[in-house]
Design a protein around this ligand. Structure first.
Ligand SMILES: *[C@@H]1O[C@H](CO)[C@@H](O)[C@H](O)[C@H]1NC(C)=O
Ligand SMILES: *[C@@H]1O[C@H](CO)[C@@H](O)[C@H](O)[C@H]1NC(C)=O
Length: 511
């Protein structure tokens, strides 16, 4: 059910996961009723449809000619399609089964959406790069409203390019290198708060990633507002995974209220900055953060800024936290790899010697073993199982028709777990990244104009945390074994409960 509800969230814009039990029940029955009605309507229209044209051919919207064949695969039941098959198991099994049966491109239908799923590097390149303009990002309307309709994920064309430039400016190496001391401070504060305790790795990593995200957005100045902002964000988050019923009392309703509150807080922070700017003429030295980039010469409207700030928090936090959680799990399960990482990090401390200096940018660039652990974790865990696009017009690929309006899903996880791309794919083996992967076989951050612009910051905050974690602490997994859940990002079962202690080595290293 965990799989279902949350993948379902991607399709219908809500899932019962976060709802209270009673709301969950009523939401489920409302959904069921809706499905039955729609299914009946669909069954009728499908019968008419099958009489008029062959089920394998679709009329080309523009020229009226009958275009090429649809890819192989089953559209399943009317409306429902293969929804139950997808949700009754781990979604990876669903994808793998169909991929081995039909090949690297197949069709299906999930909750009323006809879909084409692609799982070869060439097809991913086609959708994300060469014909990117024909495949637009697509999200349920309720998600758009909640995060902010002008946020970067929902855009295309010129406005998207401008936003991307502004985000990249704040997240490129030159901008984030100055943030290392502040990130280090956050990492050390979290680590010492975990010392000697049983913690839920995922929940703790979420607060770490949240604090780094807020630092990179607002700098160190606006801390007084940040607490209030966090509280609103948590309310928003609870509603994000609930059914989109907007009436008083529902989580969705509370989330929409929190969303408006967030807009007001961001507006207050901006007006404070404008005041400060007016007094000082030039920008404060700390203002190389995302907000400064958004408020710069190419100024966006206040609403656009708020939408994108909330969007960036959303994109940055749970993803980074999931990856860090997987890293802790894989390292704990592979003691020789943990040993190699620890030695690499201790070597950096030795090199730093008596000066006791903090980490600097060039230190973070000389952690090859740790970097490969991050890369391999991104591959094996593939926390973003797939991404979504929608065909803006009918397109032909390899003799197959991709009809206008259909969803197109590049399946990153399948690409990352193909033995052709990565021999012995289930094995956790960071050394495979001693050789660069072939183009478009390794896409943890996507590729093309919608690729994740925050990847450098994400890597940096992971390296900084791992440096201090491996040299000063040790951790052990407490129970739960090898389960996996999707929220919607792939995550070790129950968020990986662990026990963290101070390491014995610390004395020897004279830290
Ligand atoms: C970074 O720190 C290292 C010591 O860990 C030092 O050798 C190096 O010169 C420093 N680099 C810069 C650019 O400050
Ligand atoms: C992204 O696509 C381009 C063009 O196909 C390719 O050269 C590049 O290697 C790809 N990036 C990744 C990470 O595979």
């Amino acid at each position: 059910m965990e799989y279902c509800s949350n993948i379902m969230a991607l399709f219908v814009g809500g899932s019962p996961a976060g709802a209270s039990t009673t709301l969950r029940m009523s939401a489920m029955s409302a959904l069921a009723a809706a499905l039955v009605v729609t299914a009946a309507v669909c069954l009728l229209s499908r019968m008419i449809w099958m009489r008029i044209i062959s089920p394998q051919a679709v009329r080309d919207g523009v020229s009226g000619r009958i275009a090429k064949q649809l890819p192989p695969g089953s559209m399943g039941w009317p409306y429902l399609g293969e929804t139950f098959q997808l949700y009754s198991n781990n979604p990876s099994c669903f994808f793998e089964e169909r991929q081995s049966k039909y090949g690297a491109i197949f069709k299906t239908r999930i909750l009323g959406c006809p879909c084409i799923m692609v799982s070869s590097p060439e097809a991913a390149r086609f959708v994300l790069i060469t014909k990117a303009h024909l495949f637009k990002p697509t999200f349920p309307k309720s998600k758009e409203r909640m995060l902010g309709p002008q946020a970067i994920f929902f855009q295309q064309g010129e406005y998207h390019a401008k936003l991307r430039r502004l985000v990249l400016r704040a997240f490129m190496p030159d901008a984030i290198r100055a943030k290392i001391p502040a990130i280090e401070e956050i990492a050390l504060r979290h680590l010492s708060s975990w010392e000697g305790r049983f913690i839920n790795a995922y929940l703790e990593m979420k607060t770490y990633a949240m604090n780094v995200a807020l630092l990179s957005i607002f700098g160190k100045e606006e801390q007084s507002y940040v607490e209030e902002l966090k509280q609103c964000y948590y309310t928003l988050e609870k509603g994000y995974n609930s059914m989109p019923f907007n009436f008083p009392g529902t989580l969705f309703h509370k989330a929409m209220k929190a969303r408006r509150q967030l807009g007001l807080i961001v507006a207050r922070i901006m007006s404070r900055r404008r005041e400060r700017g007016a007094h000082h003429h030039h920008h404060h030295s700390d203002d190389n953060d995302l907000l400064a980039s958004f408020m710069g010469e190419e100024a966006l409207t206040d609403e656009q800024i708020a939408d994108n700030i909330i969007g960036v928090i959303f994109a940055a936090r749970d993803t980074t936290a999931s990856v860090l959680t997987w890293i802790l799990k894989y390292l704990a399960e592979n003691p020789s790899i943990l040993q190699a990482v620890t030695e690499e990090q201790e070597e950096l401390i030795r090199r730093r010697g008596e000066t006791m200096g903090a980490l600097n940018w060039s230190d973070t660039r000389s952690m090859p073993i740790t970097c490969r652990v991050i890369q391999e974790t991104l591959r094996v865990a593939s926390i973003l199982t797939f991404t979504f696009r929608e065909a803006v017009q009918s397109v032909e690929y390899e003799g197959f028709l991709i009809p206008k309006g259909w969803k197109v899903l590049p399946l990153f996880r399948i690409i990352h777990h193909s033995p052709e791309n990565f021999p012995d794919p289930e094995k956790f083996d960071p050394s495979r990244f001693e050789v660069s992967p072939r183009p478009n076989t390794y896409l943890p951050f996507g590729n093309g104009t919608h690729a994740c612009p925050g990847n450098e910051l994400a890597k940096l905050e992971m390296l900084v945390l791992l440096h201090h974690l491996t040299t000063k602490y040790r951790w052990s997994l407490s129970g739960s074994g090898s389960g996996i859940q999707f929220r919607p990002f792939a995550l070790p079962l129950n968020g990986l409960p662990i026990k963290i202690d101070r390491s014995q080595n610390v004395q020897q290293l004279k830290i």
